[in-house]
Design a protein around this ligand. Structure first.
Ligand code: BGC
Length: 756
C-alpha cells in the first residue's frame, strides 16, 4: 500500500518535472525565435510624414516641435538604447546562437514618427550584419592604416565601411578609435592610429569624413584618456591640464572641428576623479563650450555611466546600449530634488534629435544593396591598404625575394596559415574570407613555378630541416586575439579586485593589455632556431603595436611589420615580399631598445597618472635612442632630401609657416615616401618637447624622379596651452623646422623661422 502511494507520488513529480522542462523549453524557444527574428524598423523619416509636417524645415525646429509634444517618459525613452532585460536577451541570443552582433535600436517614437538609430562597430569593417549577409570587407586594423600615413586611403576605406554599414541597415558607426597610444602594451592599440596626436587627428578627420559621406553618423571614441584596457572600467586617470590639452585631446579636437562627427562616445574610465560618462569638464566645458561640438554624446557600452543625474548635469545624451541609470525613477528624483531641470532634459533630447534628424531625413542618392558588399573595388582597396601599411624595419639585402621559378619556399610559424584579422572584441568584423600569409604566398608563387611548403613550427627539428633546404624562409610570428585586444570580462567586480591587487587574478579572459612586450616564448625560440639555417630569411610580425625585438633582431637579416592585415593580407604580403609592391609604411609609434625606456604602464590599476611625455617626445627629451624611431620605415628604393626652403622666415601669428623641399627617388624602382615635418621649440621659455610632428605628405616618386613638396603649418598649431591663463599661446621666438623621412635627427634637414 505504502509502496504504491510512493509510486504514485513519484509519477506525479516526474510528470510535473516533465511539464516544467517542456514549458521552459517552449519559453526558451520563443525567446530565441523572437530575438533572432527581431523587427528591423526603417531608419528614415517616412516621406509622407516629412512632406506633410515639416518639409524644408530646419532640423532643430523640427526637434523642438517634437520634444514639445513628448511626455517626460517619451523624452527619457530618447535617452537610452533598449530596455535592459529585452535588449540584453536580444544581444545575448544573437551572440550565442548566431555569433552575430544584433541591431540595437535607439530612440524610436512611433507616435511621433521618429525613426530609431542603430549602431555598428567598425574600425576595420562593419560589425553588425543584416539579414542574409555572410560577411563584409575587412580591412587592416587602424594601427596598420596609421602606418600607411595615407589619409586619402583612410577616407576611401571609411567610405567602403560606411556603405557596407548602410547595406547592413545601420546608420551609426562606433568608429574611429582615436585614443592615443601612450604605451605599446595597451591591448586595443591595434584599433587606433598611433602615438602622435597630430597623426591621430589627421586620421580621425579622414575617417569621419569618409563615414559621413554615406550619411552614416560617425562616433569617434573613447573620450577620453582610454589607453589602459584591463582596468578600463575602474581606472581613474590623473592628468594635469596642460598634458590633457596638448597631448591627450588635440586629436579629438581636430576630429570634432574639422570632421564634424554626429556623435562622440565617452570612455569607461574616469579622468581626474570623475567618470567620463558624467564628466562635465570633458563633455560640456571642453567638448561643447570650447570646441563647439554640436552632436550628441553616447556612453561606451554597459557601465558607461553610473549616476543618471550627474550624466544629465554633465551633458551626456544617450546611455548605451541599455537603460541602466537613465530611468524615469532616477530622472524624476533628480527633478524633484532640483538637481536637474526639465529644461536640461529638453536640451539633451533636442540636441540628439536635431543631429539624428539630419541623417534620418536625407534622401540618399545611392541604394546600398547587399550585393555591393565586398565588391571588387572594395577588396582591391583592402589589399592596397595592407600593402601601403606594411613597414619594412630591417633589410640586409634579402628583400624583395627574386622572382624566378624552381624554388622551394618555406612558410613557417603558428600564424603562417591562420585567419588572423585582429581582436575579437568590438572591433571584430566578419570577413567574406581571409587570405592567410601562406595562402597568399602559395597562390602567387606556385603560379611562378615554385614549391611553397607550410610548417607550423611546433617541431623545431622539422622546421630547421625545412628552413635549411628551402631557398627562402618566411617566418610568421606575433599575436592573435588571445594575446592582445579588447579585454573581454563581464564582471566589474573582478576588474576592480585585480586593479586593487595590481595583478591578474587568473580569471579566464581573452585579449587585454600586454605586460611583457616580447614575442611569445615559442616564437622567440623558433626565430633563434631558424635564423642560422638560412640567410634568405624574413621575420614577418603580425600584431597591433610595438614589440621588444632585442633578443633576436641583430640575428635576422630582415624584419617586416605586416600587422593584422585584413582579408587580403596574404596577397598583400606576397606582393611586398616578392617586389610587386614596394613597402611604404612608416612606424606610427617609436620602438624602444629596452622596455624600461617607455613611460610606466600597468594593466591592473585603480589610479594612474598620464605624464606630459611619451613616445618620441619622451625619447627626444631624455636623449634616449630608440631601436626604431617614430616615422621610420624602409623601401626597396632610396629617397634623398635637399633644398629645404622656409618660404616664410618671419611670420606673424596669423600667417602659416610654408616650407618646401626636394625629394628624389634615387633608386631603381618606383616608390612612395612619407615626407614628415616637425617643429622644434629649443628657444621656448617653458618646458616643451624637442620637436612635434606638424605635417606630413605621402608622395609617389618614379625611379629617378624628383618632386618639390610643399608643406604648411598654421601658426596656431605652434601654440602651447598655458594653464594659468587657460589660453593657447604662440610664443614669439625662433623655431626650428625639420623635414625628412623619420623623426630621427639623422633623417631630418633643419632650418629655422621666427614668429614675431
Ligand atoms: C567598446 C566600444 C564599442 C562598444 C560596442 C565597448 O566594449 O569599448 O569601443 O563601441 O563596446 O560594441
Amino acid at each position: 500500500m505504502a509502496r504504491s502511494k510512493f509510486k504514485r507520488i513519484a509519477l506525479k513529480l516526474l510528470k510535473w518535472f516533465g511539464i516544467t522542462i517542456a514549458l521552459i523549453l517552449v519559453v526558451l524557444s520563443i525567446v530565441v525565435i523572437v530575438n533572432l527574428n527581431y523587427d528591423r524598423p526603417s531608419l528614415y523619416v517616412s516621406k509622407e510624414y516629412l512632406q506633410k509636417e515639416y518639409a524644408g524645415t530646419d532640423t532643430q525646429v523640427i526637434a523642438q516641435n517634437l520634444v514639445a509634444q513628448m511626455s517626460l517618459d517619451e523624452k527619457i525613452a530618447q535617452m537610452y538604447g533598449e530596455p535592459y532585460g529585452s535588449g540584453m536577451a536580444k544581444l545575448a541570443t544573437n551572440f550565442l546562437v548566431k555569433k552575430r552582433f544584433a541591431h540595437i535600436y535607439v530612440g524610436e517614437n512611433e507616435r511621433l514618427g521618429i525613426p530609431p538609430w542603430v549602431l555598428s562597430d567598425g574600425p576595420r569593417g562593419a560589425r553588425v550584419l543584416g539579414e542574409d549577409v555572410e560577411g563584409v570587407t575587412t580591412f587592416p586594423v587602424g594601427m596598420a592604416r596609421g602606418a600607411s600615413w595615407n589619409t586619402d586611403l583612410e577616407y576611401r576605406i571609411n567610405q567602403v565601411i560606411a556603405s557596407e554599414m548602410r547595406a547592413n541597415k545601420v546608420n551609426y558607426a562606433a568608429t574611429p578609435c582615436i585614443n592615443l597610444l601612450r604605451h605599446p602594451g595597451w591591448g586595443r592599440a591595434q584599433e587606433t592610429y598611433g602615438e602622435d596626436p597630430w597623426l591621430l587627428g589627421e586620421f580621425g578627420v579622414a575617417a569621419v569624413k569618409g563615414l559621413e559621406k554615406h550619411n552614416v553618423m560617425a562616433c569617434p571614441k573613447h573620450f577620453a584618456l582610454n589607453s589602459i584596457e584591463n582596468s578600463r572600467w575602474v581606472v581613474d586617470v590623473e592628468v594635469d591640464e596642460r598634458t590633457l590639452r596638448e597631448v591627450y585631446l588635440p586629436h579629438f579636437k581636430k576630429t570634432v572641428q574639422e570632421g564634424k562627427p554626429a556623435s562622440i562616445m565617452s570612455a569607461y574610465n574616469s579622468v581626474n576623479g570623475e567618470f567620463c560618462g558624467s564628466n562635465k569638464e570633458l563633455l560640456t566645458h571642453i567638448l561643447r563650450d570650447d570646441w563647439g561640438f554640436e552632436g550628441f554624446v553616447t556612453t561606451d557600452w554597459l557601465m558607461g555611466v553610473y549616476d543618471g543625474v550627474k550624466g544629465v548635469q554633465a551633458g551626456l545624451d544617450v546611455e548605451m546600449p541599455f537603460q541602466q541609470v537613465y530611468t524615469p525613477e532616477v530622472i524624476q528624483e533628480g527633478l524633484d530634488n532640483g538637481e536637474i531641470s526639465k529644461a536640461d532634459i529638453d536640451k539633451i533630447v533636442t540636441r540628439s534629435l536635431t543631429t539624428r534628424l539630419k541623417y534620418a531625413l536625407v534622401n540618399d542618392q545611392v541604394n546600398y544593396p547587399t550585393s555591393d558588399i565586398g565588391k571588387p573595388s572594395s577588396i582591391a582597396l583592402a589589399r592596397e591598404a595592407a600593402e601601403e601599411s606594411m613597414v619594412l624595419l630591417k633589410n640586409e639585402g634579402v628583400l624583395p625575394f627574386k622572382k624566378q621559378g624552381g624554388k622551394t619556399i618555406a612558410v613557417i610559424g603558428r600564424l603562417a596559415d591562420l585567419e588572423n584579422t585582429g581582436d575579437r572584441g568590438s572591433s571584430d568584423s566578419t570577413p567574406l574570407y581571409v587570405e592567410t600569409p601562406f595562402e597568399g604566398i602559395k597562390k602567387q608563387q606556385e603560379a611562378q613555378g615554385n614549391k611553397v611548403v607550410l610548417d607550423d613550427g611546433s617541431n623545431l627539428e622539422r622546421a630547421k630541416e625545412l628552413a635549411q633546404n628551402a631557398d627562402e624562409v618566411i617566418l610568421v610570428v606575433g599575436f592573435t586575439h588571445e594575446d592582445e585586444g579588447e579585454y573581454i570580462i563581464f564582471s566589474r567586480e573582478q576588474m576592480e579586485e585585480a586593479a586593487e591587487a595590481g595583478k591578474s587574478l587568473g580569471k579566464v579572459t581573452i585579449g587585454g593589455d600586454r605586460k611583457d612586450l616580447s614575442l611569445l616564448e615559442q616564437d622567440e625560440r623558433l626565430i633563434k632556431a631558424l635564423h642560422p639555417m638560412n640567410d634568405d630569411l624574413v621575420v614577418v610580425y603580425v600584431g597591433g603595436s610595438a614589440i621588444d625585438m632585442s633578443a633576436w633582431e641583430d640575428d635576422v637579416p630582415a624584419i617586416l611589420f605586416s600587422w593584422y592585415a585584413g582579408m587580403e593580407g596574404g596577397t598583400a604580403l606576397a606582393n611586398i615580399l616578392y617586389g610587386d609592391a614596394n613597402p611604404s609604411g612608416k612606424l606610427p609609434f617609436s620602438i624602444a631598445k629596452e622596455q624600461k625606456d617607455y613611460p610606466p604602464f600597468t594593466p591592473y590599476t585603480k589610479k594612474f597618472e598620464y605624464g606630459y611625455y611619451h613616445g618620441y617626445t619622451l625619447f627626444d627629451k631624455k636623449g634616449t635612442t630608440p631601436a626604431y624611431p617614430f616615422g621610420y620605415g624602409l623601401s626597396y628604393t632610396d629617397f634623398a632630401y635637399d633644398s629645404l626652403v622656409v618660404k616664410t622666415h618671419e611670420l606673424s601669428t596669423t600667417e602659416p609657416l610654408e616650407v618646401e623641399v626636394n625629394v628624389s627617388n634615387t633608386g631603381a624602382v618606383d616608390g612612395k615616401e612619407v615626407v614628415q615635418l616637425y617643429v622644434g621649440f629649443s628657444n621656448s621659455a617653458v618646458d616643451r618637447p624637442v620637436k612635434l610632428l606638424r605635417g606630413f605628405k605621402k608622395v609617389h616618386l618614379k625611379a629617378g624622379e624628383t618632386k618639390k613638396v610643399m608643406l604648411d603649418v598654421p601658426t596656431k598649431d605652434l601654440a602651447w596651452y598655458n594653464p594659468d591663463t587657460k589660453n593657447w599661446e604662440v610664443e614669439n621666438m625662433a623655431y626650428e623646422v625639420y623635414v625628412g623621412s623619420s623623426s630621427a635627427e639623422g633623417d631630418l634637414l633643419q632650418s629655422t623661422f621666427v614668429v614675431k
